[in-house]
Design a protein around this ligand. Structure first.
Ligand code: G6Q
Length: 542
């Protein structure tokens, strides 16, 4: 049995869907006046109200049965015990070890990895303190004021998101920039106003072979050397590396004493709390970084130990499967009502879609159902003035996650009450809508009524926490990491490989010489690709 659709709970859910799809949230709330209090869970300081989902107690029972038939408990234990659950790459998946407290023991191939994790954290903390205090000097003796992280994918999205999310806690006397794209504009714009003698580059790459990152790093090296008199010794003062590949780091000219290590059991998209988070630590300081790790760990422990019926990531993962596979919803909107979380949806896109965008099971058979929904979103209330129209009145079902905080980080007049009023109003309007009778009662002419009706019954989760802190951010990211894991277990897929991304890493290599070499090499692509290459060569010279 490899496809999830052969499980008996799956079949039971398919027929149960026929009943539930006809129920309206209006009715479900009317029938159970305590639904809003009953269908909510609080764990590790995060409150999840899931009452506005299109579920009944029976749905929950069947989803939990599906989790059980999928052996979710055993799979969680396998991950936490360092088993090689990334089967296609034969790797353990141990981002949870990155936030395990000092003194914990997690074995990979019989070796406890927690002491190494803490020794790298200590090295990062020592380095961060030196840079932040001004003790670390650049080549000309000036202190470092600018930090530029060069990385892409998992070596960029997490650091960017965390920097933006925790800007409130960051060292405002320093400038942080992020370069990822091979498009030269990204580098040019990131450094145009920076003084090279005060600029530190962090080259973040697990493999240290990624085309974009290595090209940007070479450009940065040339930019830095040109301004610092061409002295190769300056590289050691202005470049540090985060990588698993010491040999390549040394080849680049970075002193391996200034290399911050991580391990092959950390997936790129799960690495923001490893040394890949060095820019985050430089921005917010080691204590805040450790608080973030503690937040991650609290959610890990909740996920590992809480019964599934009150387990936040498990419930969120099961709801995602429910809408994706039974309601045929294609997307999930993540809507943070917190400006600092503006990059959170982009971060989740990689986490969810790279992890679960898979078409075969662990055993290599066709999965037989839809996998990863498309994650997308924008911070509230901006989205309300654009795409919310489709969520309210379009023909598609878009389950939404609303994220809100009780206390603002910038208390300005009535802003925060107004912001939160919008969260509550949106989830209410989505669930309950507006009937033709209500619209008519407002004096709307008959011809206009259908246009102003909101059918409602549009599901959402509301996640509330007290305040956006480093600790809360850790909890929130871990919540989604484990929700994604839960979904992957239900679909019986490998959530930790990324062959589609690997493909992109090799494809362009073949074409680069065909664009650059003179005379033009023979082109053996299809006629469209050949033609585009010829056109580009002609135009760039004109
Ligand atoms: C993440 C992916 C991918 C990866 C980048 C960068 O899970 O594998 O986004 O992080 O391709 O890879 P390097 O860190 O090796 O440069």
């Amino acid at each position: 049995m490899t496809s999830p659709i052969t499980r008996s709970a799956w079949n039971a859910l398919a027929s149960h869907y026929e009943t539930v799809s006809k129920l309206h949230l209006r009715q479900l709330f009317a029938d159970d006046p305590k639904r809003g209090e009953r269908m909510a869970v609080e764990a590790a300081g995060l409150y999840l109200d899931y009452s506005k989902n299109r579920i009944t107690d029976e749905t929950l029972r069947l989803l939990l049965q599906l989790a059980q038939e999928s052996e979710l408990r055993a799979r969680i234990d396998a991950m936490f015990h360092g088993e090689k659950i990334n089967v296609t790459e034969k790797r353990a998946v141990l981002h949870v070890a990155l936030r395990a407290p000092r003194g914990a023991s997690i074995l990979v191939d019989g070796k406890n990895v927690v002491p190494e994790v803490h020794s790298v954290l200590d090295k990062m903390a020592d380095f961060s303190e030196r840079v932040r205090s001004g003790a670390w000097k650049g080549h000309t003796g000036k202190r470092i004021r600018n930090v530029v992280n060069i990385g892409i994918g998992g070596s960029d999205l997490g650091p960017v998101m965390a920097y933006e999310a925790l800007k409130h806690y960051s060292e405002r006397g320093m400038v942080f920039r992020f370069v990822s794209n091979i498009d030269g504009t990204d580098f040019a714009e990131a450094v145009w106003d920076l003084d090279p003698s005060e600029t530190l580059f962090i080259v973040s790459s697990k493999t240290f072979t990624t085309l974009e990152t290595m090209t940007n790093a070479q450009t940065a090296r040339a930019w830095s050397l040109a301004a610092l008199g061409g002295d190769e010794k300056s590289v050691a003062k202005h470049f540090v590396a985060v990588s698993t590949n010491a040999a390549e780091v040394a080849k680049f000219g970075i002193d391996t004493a200034n290399m911050f290590e991580f391990w092959d059991w950390v997936g790129g998209r799960y690495s923001m709390d490893s040394a890949i988070g060095l820019s985050t630590m430089l921005a917010i300081g080691p204590d805040n970084f450790r608080a973030m790790l503690d937040g991650f760990h609290q959610m890990d422990e909740h996920f590992r130990t809480a019964p599934f019926e009150v387990n936040l990531p498990v419930l969120m993962g099961l709801f995602a499967v429910w809408y994706n596979d039974f309601f045929s919803a294609q997307t999930v909107a993540v809507l943070p009502y917190e400006q600092y979380l503006k990059r959170f949806p982009a971060y989740l896109q990689q986490l969810a879609m790279e992890s679960n965008g898979k078409h075969v099971t662990l055993e290599g058979d066709a999965v037989g159902c839809d996998t990863a929904p498309i994650y997308w979103g924008e911070p509230g209330t901006n989205g309300q003035h654009s795409f919310y129209q489709l969520i309210h009145q379009g023909t598609r079902l878009i389950p939404c996650d609303f994220i809100a905080f009780a206390k603002p980080l910038n208390l300005l007049g009535r802003h925060h009450d107004m912001l939160l009023a919008n969260v509550f109003a949106q989830t209410e309007a989505l669930a309950f809508g507006k009937t033709p009778e209500q619209v008519k009662a407002e004096g709307t002419p008959d011809w206009l009524v259908p246009h102003r009706v909101f059918e409602g019954n549009r599901p959402s989760n509301t996640i509330m926490a007290e305040q956006l802190t480093p600790e809360t951010l850790g909890k929130l990211v871990a919540l989604y990491e484990h929700s994604v894991f839960t979904q992957g277990v239900i679909w019986n897929i490998d959530s930790f490989d990324q062959w589609g991304v690997e493909l992109g890493k090799v494809l362009a290599q073949r074409i680069i010489p065909e664009l650059e070499n003179d005379p033009q090499p023979a082109l053996n692509h299809d006629s469209s690709t050949n033609n585009l290459i010829r056109r580009y060569r002609r135009l760039k010279k004109s």
